[in-house]
Design a protein around this ligand. Sequence first.
Ligand SMILES: *[C@@H]1O[C@H](CO)[C@@H](O)[C@H](O)[C@H]1NC(C)=O
Ligand SMILES: *[C@@H]1O[C@H](CO)[C@@H](O)[C@H](O)[C@H]1NC(C)=O
Ligand SMILES: *[C@@H]1O[C@H](CO)[C@@H](O)[C@H](O)[C@H]1NC(C)=O
Ligand SMILES: [Zn+2]
Length: 504
Amino acid sequence: MEAIQWKLLPLLTLLASFLLFFYFQNPSKKYQKNCSLLPHQHYWITSNRIVTPHGVISGAVEVKEGKIVSIVKEEEKNGKTKLENVIDYGEAVVMPGLVDVHAHLDDPGRAEWEGFPSGTKAAAAGGITTLVDMPLNSDPSTVSRETLQLKIKAAESRIYVDVGFWGGLVPENAFNASALEDLLNAGVLGLKSFMCPSGINDFPMTNASHIKEGLSILAKYRRPLLVHAEKQLDFESDLGVEGGSNDARSYLTYLKTRPASWEEAAIRDLLTLTKDTRIGAPAEGAHLHIVHLSDSSNSLDLIKDAKSGGDSVTVETCPHYLAFSAEEIRDGDTRFKCSPPIRDAANKEKLWEALLAGHVDMLSSDHSPTLPELKLLDDGDFLRAWGGISSLQFVLPVTWSYGQKYGVTLEQLALWWSERPASLAGQELKGAIAIGNHADMVVWDPDVEFDLDDDPIYLKHAGISAYMGTKLSGKVSATFVRGNLVFKDGKHAPAACGVPILAK
Ligand SMILES: *[C@@H]1O[C@H](CO)[C@@H](O)[C@H](O)[C@H]1NC(C)=O
Ligand SMILES: *[C@@H]1O[C@H](CO)[C@@H](O)[C@H](O)[C@H]1NC(C)=O
Ligand SMILES: *[C@@H]1O[C@H](CO)[C@@H](O)[C@H](O)[C@H]1NC(C)=O
Ligand SMILES: [Zn+2]
């Protein structure tokens, strides 16, 4: 009896291997149903307003197994092509899904601040189909191959949209080429560093020498360095915090502690290094991206000059700098604290001008939540409260609503929120409704107004968001990630089938 069983063993092993092989070869068959709220893998989306890189068209987009396989204009549609499994969105806008290159999801280690599940559910509900997670505010920070592995593990089966990762450039790894190469080989899409204290102890600031080293390694990989550009100037840092007469509940007290001259000083330093990114210079192939610009005066002039000189430089700003101004922030309302700070109304107007003129390249959320108790909403102490604005789910309607006054177009939204950020993150198959690209799309209605307070919010701590209590226009009704309908009218797909994006 025993002898017979032993003889069967190789056969059983073979059978088991076969089953495993087929399971892993074709996992999509097994859970496809739960990844998408649609029954089909091959279907057509029709609308009168499809935003493509060549303009807004009326017609149909054919999606097959996660990709856009054809785009047919209304006038070419009749007779020629027989559409099946059509989802007709009528007058709603079909746009490329947003690519948010600056989000802090705080996972692993501080998932109680946000976490991958709630963060990516909120992203999906807001029309964001890809986000790139910042290397800090999680615990540990993403500064090595090992810590990136922890991120990937934490993201597995818990993300509703695709998520890439920036790695941290910190003093500990900046002069160690093999450590940086290890991190880049492990798949981070680029690196991020700070020119002032980050607020997180295990993510120390870098100086010009660290950044120069970082750029020289990144040049070989053709991946960007993102920098938080504020440099503490001793003279001003004495203002505010130590002056006993300053009221910590007053927004102006906080604003004085981080003047525009800090941004200007940091950017001036950075732009001495970016000369190396010019064609023929030692760090050709490297790219420097300045995150969340607030100062629209001298800092922006410096960036414009560097660009015209051939430096490989881009800059982003965030919706909160375009929506709010210092004059409107009530004392004690620490929901509005972020760094660099929201400046005055004149600065905001100039920032809009720069965005519309193309001097600011793209937008990002800089969604940076925390626990409500760390926002000190009861004390209203601007100097001690956590700095960071919570916004992920709202960035599309916010940009649209506040942009009405400036005549913002659908094409501009797609450029600022999809095309250019996808390019920064090296995602050639994302960021545009184009044949061969991932079928990452958002369907929304620009004319529908809604009160944020009445709407389902998927962020872990909705109450800390500076946008609560406002009314916005532009409602997302459906979000597709690689062809999966992951969000529809207040409902998410049952399974979290976003994928971690790793650079190769
Ligand atoms: C699909 O979803 C259903 C209901 O949510 C659940 O019971 C089932 O286990 C899921 N299947 C897979 C393969 O995830
Ligand atoms: C450089 O980093 C590697 C890990 O990638 C580590 O093994 C090595 O000790 C580091 N070298 C120095 C001088 O810190
Ligand atoms: C940057 O800091 C390092 C120490 O981590 C130091 O060796 C270097 O001289 C500093 N560079 C500048 C420009 O301050
Ligand atoms: Zn940030």
